[in-house]
Design a protein around this ligand. Structure first.
Ligand SMILES: Cc1cc2nc3c(=O)[nH]c(=O)nc-3n(C[C@H](O)[C@H](O)[C@H](O)COP(=O)(O)OP(=O)(O)OC[C@H]3O[C@@H](n4cnc5c(N)ncnc54)[C@H](O)[C@@H]3O)c2cc1C
Length: 533
């Protein structure tokens, strides 16, 4: 069977890519090892309790409806309908006080002011200063192929916004927060958000991340019916564009001839031929070390792929509950807003907890519980049987528990019970309301989605220079591999992990450009936008 191109893995980045290429008239096939497409866009029905749905690999989709592919591919019309709850995030302290992020900025500012008037002023200042940076630099950069670092620096140095970005970036997130904010709860909240975006808080070069988050108008959203509704809409967009997805099909080898990729052989012995390209939505080790003939791989590429690093702090442990009633937080007795809080953070009181969390990850120990989660059915009753509820908590825990990921199989149930104990201290009705529960460890993440090596849900750290033009590594950062027709389109590429679809969106621009096909939907290049500042 011959196609114009073949894509490996049917994560959302691959599906975005496939839909755009299909719309350009290309005949594309996507190969996926699981029984379902969507990768991290997973919603699972509890097999023991029909009707209880759980979003086990992503729930908070930040500013998803603002993403260009959501609009271009008409995903709302295909069933991916989003809501953005007003009280977007609440950090609940043991004493019942809460630090709140609202879709309405003034309410967020008031919440900051209740902890520190000085920090409220810092919030306002950074939001004002960074709003143009987010809109005119960071968003355009995320939505087009990255600019080489030297050229980027030259361009940024020409404008006040660019210079401020460079100056703040030179700090680590920790340095930024400690320099600009004084209240330990606010410091902890901000560093938590930084952690959610998985930037190591000690890492210089990322000081702008928190300022960008403070300024960003995009908040966490959820998909009605569960995250898989977005996967289904993307599959519909692929099908509409003439694309095919072959499930339960594992690639064994990328076929090549005379320095060009020519197709893919699968583990059942089938061969699929590709006239123009093979694009991999997998990680660099899978793509370069497992699927390509090693004698055709230049030594430098082999070394770079081997050295590609994963996040120490990204793996998550999940506790998922089927409930008779939603969690009722004691703190809501004095703050009724909390009854409609979307994301709730528990166990985080002080920024000094972070060094301990990092130490525990380094040593494979379980840190004191700090976790976050939601009760999806408070906003979307369709995710449980009538009158019932679901809720979950996620906690960052080390992949190598006591030095060995297999230890999770022996300890995960016990850890789930410990999380429920902590959760119940904040929501005393919880234990009595549980119908059933299950847990997922960082090892389970890797077993389900092997591209998330070491349980790294971002499929690669931002350390080791693995950023922008050099993500996944120097030489491969523009979505192209070393062979003609080989491309990369997953979260290991710029701008990285999470449900953004942007690695796939940007890769589509590169492939269409290389094939001399029009991409009239593509935004102006980041370079041209920044040059106009
Ligand atoms: C517990 C958890 C919670 C998360 N929560 C959020 C959240 O709330 N918000 C958010 O934005 N992000 C979240 N993420 C991260 C998000 O899921 C990922 O960053 C995102 O899914 C990456 O998208 P992708 O398309 O690059 O790859 P994936 O979604 O990982 O898709 C890769 C696909 O490739 C397939 N595959 C892997 N190996 C092979 C192979 N050898 N052959 C063929 N196919 C293969 C996989 O089965 C999968 O379908 C979470 C992740 C986890 C694990």
């Amino acid at each position: 069977m011959t196609y114009d191109g073949i894509i490996l893995g049917a994560g959302h980045n691959s599906l975005v890519l496939e839909a755009y290429l299909g719309r350009a008239g290309l005949k594309v096939l996507c190969l996926e090892r699981r029984h379902v497409a969507g990768g991290g866009l997973a919603t699972e029905e509890d097999p023991r309790h029909p009707g209880f749905l759980h979003n086990t690999h992503s729930f908070y989709h930040r500013a998803l409806t603002h993403l260009p592919w959501y609009r271009d591919l008409k995903l709302k019309e295909k069933g991916a309908v989003y809501i953005e709850p007003d009280l977007n995030v609440a950090l609940v302290l043991k004493n019942g006080r809460t630090l709140e992020w609202w879709t309405d900025f003034e309410k967020t500012a008031a919440s900051f002011a209740a902890f520190s008037v000085k920090d409220e002023a810092a919030l306002r200042r950074w939001r004002k200063d960074f709003l143009p940076i987010v809109e005119r630099i960071l968003i355009p950069e995320s939505q087009s192929p990255p600019i080489p670092p030297e050229r980027r620096r030259q361009l940024l140095e020409k404008s006040a916004e660019g210079r401020l970005l460079l100056e703040v970036s030179a700090l680590s997130p920790l340095e930024f927060v400690l320099r600009e904010f004084e209240n330990p709860v606010i410091q902890a909240g901000l560093l938590f958000f930084n952690g959610l975006r998985e930037v190591d808080l000690r890492c210089r070069g990322f000081g702008h991340h928190i300022a960008a988050l403070l300024a960003s108008p995009g908040k966490a959203q959820m998909c009605i019916g569960g995250s898989a509704a977005l996967a289904r809409a993307l599959v519909a967009a692929v099908t509409e564009s003439g694309g095919e997805i072959r499930l339960q099909t594992t690639p064994r080898r990328i076929l090549t001839d005379a320095g060009k990729v020519t197709g893919v052989e699968t583990s059942d012995g089938m061969r699929y031929h590709a006239r123009h390209f093979v694009a991999s939505g997998l990680n660099p080790q899978q793509t370069f070390l497992e699927l390509l003939e090693q004698d055709l791989l230049p030594r430098r590429w082999r070394d770079k792929a081997r050295q590609f690093e994963y996040n120490l702090l990204a793996p998550l442990f999940g506790l998922y509950l089927n409930l008779n009633e939603p969690p009722r937080y004691s703190a809501a007795l004095s703050n009724r807003n909390l009854e409609k809080a979307f994301m709730v953070i528990l166990g985080l009181e002080h920024f000094e907890q972070f060094p301990e969390i990092v130490r525990c990850h380094e040593q494979g120990r379980v840190p004191p519980t700090a976790m976050w989660g939601s009760c999806p059915t408070d906003f979307d009753p369709s995710q449980a049987p009538a009158g019932k509820h679901t809720a979950f908590m996620w906690e960052k825990l080390p992949y190598r528990l006591n030095g060995d990921p297999l230890q999770w199989d022996a300890h995960k149930e016990e850890h789930g019970r410990a999380m429920l104990d902590v959760w119940s201290q904040y929501a005393p009705n919880l234990k009595g309301s549980v119908v059933d529960s299950f847990v997922r460890s960082p090892l389970d993440t890797e077993r389900t989605l092997p591209n998330m090596r070491g349980g790294d849900l971002l499929v690669g750290a931002f350390a080791n220079g693995q950023v922008g033009y050099n993500r996944p590594f120097q030489g491969a950062g523009h979505y192209r591999g070393h062979l003609s027709g080989l491309y990369l389109c997953g979260a290991s590429c710029h701008p990285g992990g999470n449900i953004t679809g942007l690695p796939g969106y940007n890769c589509a621009q590169v492939i269409l450009n290389d094939l001399g096909l029009r991409a009239d939907w593509a935004p102006p290049s980041a370079e041209s936008v920044i040059a106009q500042l």
